[in-house]
Design a protein around this ligand. Sequence first.
Ligand code: GLN
Length: 306
Amino acid sequence: MKALSIPDVLAEVAVLVKPHFGKGRPADYIPQLADVPGDKFGMAVRTVDGGEHVIGDADEAFSLQSITKVLALGLALNRIGDEIWTRVGKEPSGTPFNHLSLLEAERGVPRNPFINAGALAVTDVLMNVTRDPAALVRDFGGFLCGERLEIDPAVAASELAHAWQNRAIANLMRGQGTIEHEPEAVVAAYSRQCALTMSCRQLARAFLPLAAGGFSPVAEETIFPDRLTRRLNALLLTCGIYDSVGSFAYRVGLPAKSGVGGGIVAVVPGKATVAVWSPELDRFGTSVVGTAALEAFSQITNCSVL
Ligand code: GLN
């Protein structure tokens, strides 16, 4: 990284992203997300050596949505290990995150754990170890960021009320035998998981093990073995940004995960995590301003892994 201090970099990024507001639209599939003001912007950087720097709305909690899929996968890998890869693949899907078109041809084995089909398979696996996978994910996230987290009940209820596409996916997979539990229960657990909230500051702290060889300086505990940490970062780099992961890697060059709440968390291996939140999304469901912010951050600090 260049000598410029991180607070200076964040201030520069906040200026550089200004022209990108108004280019995207907040998620509109549920009113709770559609109503979030589009001009929100927060960013947090947490370094492996204990530095923490924030700008803007970095302490405002937002809906994590698909970002929770990384926490759920981490839990599943820790609990059941490589067996998870019999249930879900490791390839980018090239189709929108909520599609089920590949499932029929590929016998119900989702391409990767970060599309909805894959996340539903992970939830199904977690249902073997707990009756409440969403609470397990919430408490894992809370442990990693050192604070108690909340699942937004209104978002969870609305998610479930609008989960027709996810129900279709879960039912198809149940028919193909790649989901074992009652599809409605799997969708309900997944919908609650998506409604978990965090601020950028919490998110940067929670993902720090992925930048620190698996160790959480916040929880003061090794969360993942180093090799698994590298593999999780590989999955983020190749599958973390839905079907625009290639152009995201081209622009930002960091492993990252986005969610339709407008959050993106990126990993600078060995150095830091960067969390950004801004609700206006591109047509793939990733924050427009968030992507621009990470692109600027990665360029200014020269921290791309590629
Ligand atoms: N709750 C959303 C869904 O399942 C999450 C998707 C996302 O963030 N991409 O459709």
